[in-house]
Design a protein around this ligand. Structure first.
Ligand SMILES: Cc1cc2nc3c(=O)[nH]c(=O)nc-3n(C[C@H](O)[C@H](O)[C@H](O)COP(=O)(O)OP(=O)(O)OC[C@H]3O[C@@H](n4cnc5c(N)ncnc54)[C@H](O)[C@@H]3O)c2cc1C
Length: 382
C-alpha cells in the first residue's frame, strides 16, 4: 500500500522539525518521521540552546544573522520564538581579535540586533577569568537568547501533526531513489512515496546514505549542570579558554567539558565520568572571579553529541543536481540557532525542485557536494 506525500523528512530534531513545519505551513504535504519521540534521542535533547550572532567564521555568522532575522516571522513567530528567553550574552576574546569583532559589528549590528564592545569593568565584577589577569575584549549581544530546545521541537512538530503526518518511534532503514522525483521509504507494511526526502537525521544521517561519503563524524559535547554560590547575570563565553556558562537559575549554570571524543555514531562515544565532572567544575571556577574550585558542585554531566562536517559548516542542499535527497545535517554544535535559517533555505530549494525548476544557488557554500570524500578536521565550537 502506498502513502503519498510531497516531501518526507527523516529526523524530528530541531532541524527536521523546523524544515517540516516550514514546508507544512506553506501548503506542501509533509511526513516527518523519527525513530524516537520528536526531539528526544538526538542532539536536540541535550542542547544548550544559546542563540547568538558572532562567529569567527564569516559564513556561519552570516547564517546566524539570516536565521535570527527569521525567528520572529511566519511559523517561527508562534513556535520557535515562544521557546526563547532573552538573556543577552557576553563573548570574551583576546585583544588581537579586535579588528574581527569591529568588522562583525559593522556588518551585522542592527537596531533589531545590537552588538557592541563593553569594558571588563562593566561586567558586574562577575565574569572574568579568576586571578589570571589576562586581557580580554568583551562583545555584548543584548538580544541574544537561550532557548528551550525540546519545547521548540514540540511546538514545531505540532504544526506538522496539524497539517501533515508525524510518525514517531518509526525508524527508517533505507531510502530507495527511483528517479529525481520518486523516492520510496518502507514503513512496515506500507510504502511512503514522495518527490523528495530530507535527511535531517543528525549524527545518524550518514547511515541512511551508505554509498556517499560526506566525511561526517559524531563528536561528543558533554553538558554539565553546576551549582555555585555566585549569581550569573547572563551567559558568557570565554573564547580563549574555550569555556562557557549559561545560567539556568540563580545559582545553577550549564557548562561544557573540554574532554571530547569522536566516532562514527553516537553509540560509539565514551560516556561522561568523574573526569568530565571535575573538568566542568574547574571551567566554571575559571569563568568567575567570585567562585573557587571548592565552591562548585557538579550536579550531572549529560552525554551530548552532534554531527560534525569536515569544515564545521552545516551540509544543506541536494546530494547532487539530479538527486531527490536533500541533506540538512552536520550542524557542528550550532544547529539550534541555525534551524530557522536552514528551514528557509530548504524551503526555497525544495519548492523549486517540486516545481521542476533548478534550485537556486543561494547558500551554495553549504552544499553537501563540497565535502564528498573529505575527512573531518579537529575544530571544536564552544
Ligand atoms: C550539549 C550541547 C549544547 C549545544 N549548545 C548549542 C547552543 O548553545 N546553540 C546552538 O545553536 N546549538 C547548540 N547545540 C547544537 C544543537 O543542539 C544541534 O546542532 C542540533 O540539536 C542538531 O539538531 P538536528 O535536528 O540536526 O539533529 P538531532 O537533534 O540529533 O535530530 C536527529 C533526529 O533524527 C532521528 N533519526 C536518526 N536516524 C533516524 C532514522 N533512521 N529514522 C528515523 N529517525 C531517525 C533521531 O532520533 C533524532 O531525533 C548543542 C548541542 C549539544 C549536544
Amino acid at each position: 500500500m502506498f502513502i503519498d506525500y510531497e516531501v518526507a523528512v527523516i529526523g524530528a530534531g530541531i532541524v527536521g522539525a523546523s524544515i517540516a513545519a516550514k514546508l507544512s505551513s506553506t501548503g506542501i504535504s509533509v511526513a516527518l518521521i523519527d525513530k524516537g519521540a520528536a526531539g528526544a534521542l538526538g542532539a536536540s535533547g541535550y542542547s544548550g540552546g544559546l542563540v547568538r550572532l558572532y562567529d569567527t567564521d564569516p559564513l556561519l555568522m552570516e547564517l546566524a544573522a539570516y536565521s535570527i532575522g527569521l525567528m520572529e516571522e511566519g511559523i517561527f513567530a508562534t513556535t520557535y520564538s515562544s521557546s526563547l528567553r532573552r538573556t543577552g550574552m557576553i563573548y570574551r576574546t583576546a585583544p588581537d581579535q579586535l579588528e574581527n569583532i569591529w568588522s562583525a559589528i559593522r556588518q551585522h549590528a542592527r537596531v533589531r540586533y545590537p552588538m557592541h564592545l563593553i569594558g571588563t569593568d562593566e561586567l558586574d565584577g562577575v565574569h572574568y577569568p579568576h586571578g589570571q589577569g589576562e586581557a580580554r575584549i568583551n562583545l555584548f549581544e543584548p538580544r541574544a537568547c537561550v532557548g528551550n530546545v525540546r519545547q521548540a521541537v514540540a511546538l514545531l512538530s505540532n504544526v506538522v501533526r496539524q497539517y501533515g503526518l508525524l510518525l514517531e518511534h518509526c525508524e527508517v532503514k533505507s531510502i530507495d531513489c527511483r528517479s529525481s522525483h520518486d523516492v520510496r521509504i518502507e514503513l512496515g507494511s506500507a510504502t511512503l512515496r514522495c518527490r523528495a526526502v530530507v535527511v535531517a537525521a543528525g549524527a545518524w544521517s550518514q547511515r541512511l546514505l551508505p554509498e556517499m561519503d560526506f566525511g561526517l563524524e559524531t563528536r561528543s559535547i558533554p553538558l554539565a549542570r553546576v551549582m555555585t554560590e555566585s549569581t550569573w547575570p547572563m551567559p558568557v563565553i570565554d573564547a580563549v579558554t574555550q569555556t562557557y556558562g549559561i545560567p539556568l537559575t540563580r545559582a545553577i549554570v550549564q557548562t561544557g567539558c573540554g574532554l571530547r571524543d569522536s566516532g562514527a555514531w553516537p553509540e560509539s562515544l565514551e560516556q561522561p565520568d568523574e573526569r568530565h565532572a571535575r573538568d566542568a567544575g574547574q571551567r566554571v571556577a575559571q569563568l568567575s572571579t567570585s567562585v573557587s574550585d571548592g565552591e562548585v558542585c557538579v550536579l550531572d554531566v549529560l552525554p551530548g553529541f552532534d554531527s560534525y562536517s569536515p569544515d564545521c559548516r552545516p551540509l544543506v542542499g541536494f546530494c547532487d543536481p539530479h538527486s531527490p535527497v536533500y541533506m540538512a545535517t552536520g550542524m557542528s554544535g550550532l544547529g539550534f540557532k541555525f534551524a530557522p535559517g536552514i528551514a528557509q533555505i530548504a524551503f526555497d530549494q525544495l519548492r523549486c525542485h517540486l516545481a521542476g525548476q533548478e534550485p537556486n544557488r543561494d547558500w551554495a557554500a553549504l552544499s553537501p557536494e563540497r565535502s564528498r570524500g573529505q575527512a573531518a578536521s579537529p575544530g571544536v565550537q564552544p
